[in-house]
Design a protein around this ligand. Sequence first.
Ligand SMILES: NC(=O)c1ccc[n+]([C@@H]2O[C@H](COP(=O)([O-])OP(=O)(O)OC[C@H]3O[C@@H](n4cnc5c(N)ncnc54)[C@H](OP(=O)(O)O)[C@@H]3O)[C@@H](O)[C@H]2O)c1
Length: 284
Amino acid sequence: MTTKVAVVGATGKMGRLISGIVEESPEFDLVASLDSRSPLDDMLVADLVVDVTVPGVTQKVVEFAVANGKNVLIGTSGWSADRIAGLRRSLGEEPTAGIVVIPNFSLGSVLATSFAAMASRYFDSIEIIESHAATKVDSPSGTAVRTAELMGAARAALGPVAAPHTDQRARGQQVASIPIHSLRLNGVVAKQDVVFGGTGEVLTITHETISPSAYTAGIGVALTAAATARGVIVGLDQLIGLGGRPPQSGEDAGATAAADSARPTDPDPENVSGQAATATSVHP
Ligand SMILES: NC(=O)c1ccc[n+]([C@@H]2O[C@H](COP(=O)([O-])OP(=O)(O)OC[C@H]3O[C@@H](n4cnc5c(N)ncnc54)[C@H](OP(=O)(O)O)[C@@H]3O)[C@@H](O)[C@H]2O)c1
């Protein structure tokens, strides 16, 4: 049986990419394409609603979809931990629908975030610099917020990072005590540097998206998980084994998606392209 999909934000860059993937997949049927002029009712013919709109609109779209019993895949930026807690409350204790929130569909990016969380316990001086196209309307990026939140959680027992003079505007916006600096530049797709200052050394974990094709494999994994999810799942890391245990051989995508945990089949790394990740340690 195919899953009927509505894409909200279908005329945008992400919406066009996701619509193409849905149309090419035998598992899915694209039944509605919504833009800023469409009534939200247009999504009601679908089982799964994909939201790739803008931060000021996404909450209204998702609340409407959830109120109508739809499963939802959110790719739009701006879903902080507080707003996601609201989603969990709206689904209740025994959810009959699922919401999958993916701040970044790129495999390289979630790996870089995972490496950053691992490193964060060994450094007290941590800052993030994220760069996106000048057309991106929100800041900091959803990926930067999630990276900071995961590092904050990983080093919870150590307390806040050492970030001096954060009362000055040029010192960035703090998330989980970690300053984030946002650059908006022509010519950039997406780049993030997590910089760790240590004693006599600096470690930088860099991920760069070179082309939107970097999102293709992650979108496929997320669509499959979102079709059957129950509860709220946050992050591609949760779907590819980085969130706890590695994916089991032959595990069916979405089969274990229950109450905040779904770990479908590993995406084929051969399908992931258009991105570069490096980790460099700079010694004086
Ligand atoms: N998760 C990830 O990996 C990832 C990657 C890249 C981007 N993003 C995020 O995804 C979102 C979309 O990015 P994009 O580059 O595709 O943006 P975009 O090209 O500007 O497209 C925005 C889309 O939202 C639609 N829209 C605007 N207001 C709306 C409303 N009131 N109701 C319904 N639709 C509305 C637009 O429709 P109109 O054409 O009618 O204006 C358009 O289709 C952003 O938040 C971006 O940061 C996420």
